[in-house]
Design a protein around this ligand. Structure first.
Ligand code: ADP
Ligand code: MG
Length: 461
C-alpha cells in the first residue's frame, strides 16, 4: 500500500512524500487501521521496520488541533531514542503547524521543561524516569491524555524501568488508548500488556526482514584480519561516501580502527561506551552536518541512534546476531536511496555469510579488496594473458622463493593468490604478472617495500 492511498490528511502526506517514503512497511500497514480506531495494540517488528511511523502517523491524524493539553505520550528507553522520535515527529508535522512536540529526559533543566509544558504540548516524548519526575512535580499533566505509546518496551524492561513504567500507566486515564511497540515481546512485556491493555490487538511482523534490506547493495569481501583496516580505508576512498558508519563487535576494535583511519587522514570519530553522552550527541551532529566522513561504532551504541541518509555501512566485523546485521545495513536504505553495505569476513566465516544470506533472503555480491586508485604512469610490458609484468630487483641469490612474493603481495595489497599471475624468480630479478586493476596497489607497495629483509624496488629492464 502507498502512503498516498491512506486516509492520512494531505499535510501529513506532503511531509511523508518529502521524506521519500512511498510504500508503507508491513508493520505500518497492519497498525494504521486499529490505531485509527483507537484500539489498544501490541505490535512486534524488527528494528528498522518503521515502527515509529507505524504508531505516530495514525495518532497525528487523530490529534485534536484545538485542544492544547498533552494528548499523546511516548515513552522510550533512552535519550537518544527520545530525540530521534521527536525529530521524526517534527518532520511528519512540517505542514501541520499546530502540532507541537517536546522531548523530555534526564539532564535537562526541569524548570525550563516546566515552562514549555505549561504553554501546552500536544505530544510529549520522554524517558520513564524523567516522565515520572515531572508527573510527581505535577508539571506534566496527563488528565486529557488520549494515547500512551511504550516504544521499545522490551528494552525498557531489560533496562530496569519496570517500576517507572508501571507508575506511569497507573497515573493515566483508564480510557486512554495504549500502544505497546517492541522488537521482541518478552514475558514482562506480556505481563504489562495483560495488566493494562484493554482487549488489545496483537500484531506480529517479526518474520518480516525484507523491508529496509531490499534497497541495499550488499557486498562481502573475504579479507585477512590484518588487512581489514586497510580494506576499510580503501572502501571509504572508493565509495567516496559523505557519511558512513563502520561497525565493530568490540570497543577495543573501534579504538584501533578509529586510530588507523585518523592516521590516514580520514575525518573519523568513534562511539563506544567510554564516550560520554554529551560527546556522543556532538559526534552525531557532526556526522549529520557533514563534518565527519565516518564514525566507528559498536552495536550497543548504535542501537537507538538514528542517523539517516548513510550512504555506506562497513561491517568491519560480522555481527554476532543476524538481527544486528539488518539493523546496521538498514541505515543506508532510508529515503528510498540505494545504500551500499560492505561486510568483511575472514575465509572461515563463510558460514556466517551464508546464514545472513538466508536470514535476509538476499545474496551477497562477492568482491575483492578494492585496489588503490592511484594515478600512476603505467608503462609496463603486457604479458600475452593481458597482465602487466613488473620486474623486482631481487631473486634467487637473495633467498627469494615464489611463495615469498605471493606472501608479500597478498599481505600488502589484499590480492588473493589466484589473482596473482605467473611469478618467475630468476637469479637477480623476479618477474611477476599483475592484473591491471591491481597494478596501482602493487606499485605503491613495492616501490620501497621489503621482502625477507631485502629492500625491494621495481626496476626497468
Ligand atoms: P524501528 O523503530 O522499527 O527500528 P524506525 O521507525 O526507526 O524503525 O524506522 C527506521 C527507518 O526507516 C527510519 O529512518 C525511517 O525514517 C525509515 N522509514 C520508516 N518507514 C518508512 C517507509 N514506509 N518508507 C521508507 N522509509 C521508512
Ligand atoms: Mg523504534
Amino acid at each position: 500500500m502507498k502512503f498516498k492511498d491512506t486516509k492520512l490528511n494531505d499535510k501529513l502526506k506532503k511531509a511523508i512524500c518529502e521524506m521519500g517514503y512511498e510504500d508503507l512497511t508491513r508493520i505500518q500497514e497492519e497498525t494504521f487501521e486499529p490505531i485509527f480506531r483507537r484500539k489498544d495494540v501490541i505490535a512486534m517488528a524488527k528494528t528498522g521496520s518503521g515502527k515509529t511511523a507505524a504508531y505516530i502517523l495514525p495518532l497525528l491524524q487523530n490529534i485534536n488541533y484545538t485542544n492544547k493539553s498533552t494528548q499523546v505520550l511516548v515513552v522510550a528507553p533512552t535519550r537518544e531514542l527520545v530525540i530521534q522520535i521527536v525529530e521524526q515527529i517534527r518532520k511528519f508535522c512540517k505542514y501541520s503547524q499546530s502540532i507541537n512536540c517536546l522531548p523530555i529526559y534526564g539532564g535537562q533543566e526541569i524548570r525550563l521543561q516546566a515552562i514549555l509544558l505549561r504553554k501546552g504540548v500536544k505530544i510529549v516524548v520522554g524517558t520513564p524516569g524523567r516522565i515520572n519526575d515531572l508527573l510527581d512535580k505535577k508539571v506534566l499533566k496527563l488528565a486529557k491524555l488520549r494515547t500512551i505509546v511504550l516504544d521499545e518496551a522490551d528494552e525498557m524492561f531489560s533496562m530496569g524501568f519496570e517500576k517507572e513504567v508501571d507508575e506511569i500507566l497507573n497515573s493515566i486515564n483508564i480510557s486512554s488508548q495504549k500502544l505497546l511497540f517492541s522488537a521482541t515481546i518478552t514475558d514482562r512485556v506480556y505481563k504489562i500488556a495483560s495488566k493494562y491493555l484493554n482487549d488489545p490487538i496483537t500484531i506480529n511482523c517479526s518474520d518480516d526482514t525484507s523491508i529496509l534490506v531490499n534497497e541495499v547493495v550488499q557486498i562481502a569481501i573475504d579479507v585477512k584480519e590484518k588487512m581489514k583496516n586497510e580494506c576499510s580505508l580503501r572502501i571509504l576512498k572508493k565509495e567516496n561516501a559523505k557519511n558512513s558508519m563502520i561497525f565493530c563487535n568490540t570497543k577495543k576494535k573501534t579504538e584501533t580502527v578509529y586510530k588507523y583511519l585518523i592516521d590516514n587522514n580520514v575525518k573519523a570519530e568513534m562511539l563506544n561506551s567510554d564516550i560520554r553522552q554529551e560527546e556522543r550527541e556532538k559526534i552525531l551532529k557532526r556526522l549529520k552536518n557533514g563534518e565527519l566522513d565516518t564514525i566507528v561504532v559498536t552495536d550497543v551504541l548504535a542501537r537507538g541512534i538514528d542517523v539517516e541518509d548513510l550512504d555506506l555501512v562497513i561491517n568491519y566485523d560480522i555481527p554476532f546476531e543476524n538481527e544486528y546485521y539488518v539493523h546496521r545495513i538498514g541505515r543506508t536504505a532510508r529515503k528510498g536511496k540505494n545504500g551500499v553495505a560492505y561486510t568483511l569476513f575472514t575465509g572461515k566465516q563463510i558460514d556466517r555469510i551464508k546464514e545472513i544470506e538466508k536470514y535476509t533472503n538476499k545474496k551477497f555480491i562477492f568482491e575483492n579488496v578494492p585496489s588503490i586508485s592511484k594515478d600512476i604512469n603505467v608503462d609496463f610490458p603486457i604479458s600475452n594473458r593481458g597482465y602487466y609484468i613488473i620486474t623486482l630487483n631481487i631473486g634467487k641469490q637473495d633467498g627469494i622463493k615464489n611463495k615469498d612474493i605471493v606472501g608479500a603481495i597478498r599481505a600488502t595489497t589484499g590480492m588473493k593468490t589466484e589473482d596473482i599471475g605467473k611469478i618467475e624468480v630468476n637469479d637477480n630479478i623476479t618477474k611477476v604478472e599483475i592484473p591491471k586493476n591491481y597494478i596501482g596497489d602493487v606499485v605503491a607497495k613495492f616501490e620501497n617495500g621489503i621482502i625477507k629483509g631485502r629492500s625491494v624496488s621495481i626496476i626497468k629492464e
